[in-house]
Design a protein around this ligand. Structure first.
Ligand SMILES: CC(C)(COP(=O)(O)OP(=O)(O)OC[C@H]1O[C@@H](n2cnc3c(N)ncnc32)[C@H](O)[C@@H]1OP(=O)(O)O)[C@@H](O)C(=O)NCCC(=O)NCCS
Length: 219
C-alpha cells in the first residue's frame, strides 16, 4: 500500500511542474486525497458495504470537490490536477498513468443501463471541462481536448477536440481540418453583403460605360 501511495505522489511530481516538495504535495493536493479516499471507499464497495462506501465518497467530495463513485475502478498513478468539479461514474474504468484536469465528467449518457460509463486506457490526458459520456473505450495514449464532449470510441493515440468530439490527430499525424467550429451568422451576412456590393459595383461600371458610349457619338 505504501509503495502505491509513493507512486501516487511521484505521479504528481511527474505531471505538475508547480509541485515543490513531498510535504506540500501530501497535505495540499486534493486530487491525491480524493484518490486515497476512493481506495478506502472502493474497498468497502467490493465487500458490499455500500452505505459506508458512499459516506466516504461523499465526505471526500465535500472536502476535495471531486466526486468518485466507490464502484469506479482506477489504475495506478492517476493524477487529478486542481480537481474541483471532477465526476467519475460508478462503472467507469481508468487505466494507468492517466491525467484528469478540473471539471471533467466521466459519466453516462442517460440511455444505458449496467455498464454505462467510459473505459479510459493508459496514458490518456483529459483536458479541463471535457465530458466523456457513455460506455465506450478511449484507447491508450489519447488526448481529449479541454471542453470537448466525447460521445463515441476514440482510437489509439488520437487527439479529440470539439462538440461533439472528433479526432483531429492520430498517431501524431494531423487529420482533415476541423469542422467543429460554430458558424458565425454575422460574419456570414457580412460576406454576403460584400459579394452583393461587389456585383453592384461591376454592374454600375458597365452601365456607366454603356451610357458614355451612347453619349459620345451625339456630341
Ligand atoms: C487537445 C490538446 C491536448 C492539444 O492536442 P494536440 O494534439 O497538440 O493538438 P493541436 O494543438 O495541434 O491542435 C489541433 C487542432 O485542434 C484545435 N484545438 C486544440 N485544443 C482544442 C480544444 N480544447 N477545443 C477546440 N479545438 C482545439 C487547435 O486549434 C488545432 O486546430 P487547427 O487544426 O484548426 O489549427 C490541447 O489543446 C488541450 O485541450 N489540452 C488540455 C489541457 C488542459 O485542460 N489544461 C488545463 C490546465 S489547468
Amino acid at each position: 500500500m505504501l509503495k502505491r501511495m509513493r507512486s501516487d505522489i511521484q505521479a504528481v511530481f511527474d505531471n505538475d511542474p508547480a509541485a515543490r516538495g513531498w510535504f506540500e504535495v501530501i497535505f495540499t493536493y486534493s486530487g491525491l486525497h480524493a484518490i486515497w479516499n476512493h481506495r478506502m471507499a472502493h474497498f468497502f464497495y467490493r465487500h458490499h458495504w455500500f452505505t459506508i462506501a458512499r459516506i466516504i465518497s461523499q465526505a471526500s467530495r465535500f472536502f476535495t470537490g471531486i466526486e468518485i463513485h466507490p464502484g469506479a475502478r482506477i489504475g495506478n498513478r492517476l493524477f487529478i490536477d486542481h480537481g474541483m468539479g471532477v465526476v467519475i461514474g460508478e462503472t467507469c474504468e481508468i487505466g494507468d498513468d492517466v491525467v484528469i484536469y478540473q471539471g471533467v465528467t466521466l459519466g453516462g449518457s442517460g440511455k444505458e443501463k449496467g455498464k454505462r460509463h467510459p473505459t479510459i486506457g493508459n496514458n490518456v490526458v483529459i483536458g479541463s471541462g471535457a465530458k466523456i459520456l457513455g460506455s465506450f473505450k478511449i484507447e491508450d495514449q489519447c488526448n481529449i481536448g479541454a471542453n470537448s464532449v466525447v460521445l463515441k470510441e476514440v482510437p489509439f493515440g488520437s487527439t479529440v477536440v470539439g462538440i461533439p468530439g472528433r479526432v483531429v490527430r492520430q498517431g501524431g499525424k494531423r487529420l482533415d481540418r476541423l469542422s467543429h467550429q460554430m458558424p458565425d451568422p454575422v460574419v456570414d451576412a457580412m460576406g454576403l453583403l460584400q459579394r452583393e456590393i461587389e456585383q453592384l459595383q461591376v454592374e454600375m461600371k458597365s452601365l456607366k460605360e454603356q451610357l458614355e458610349a451612347e453619349k459620345l457619338p451625339k456630341e
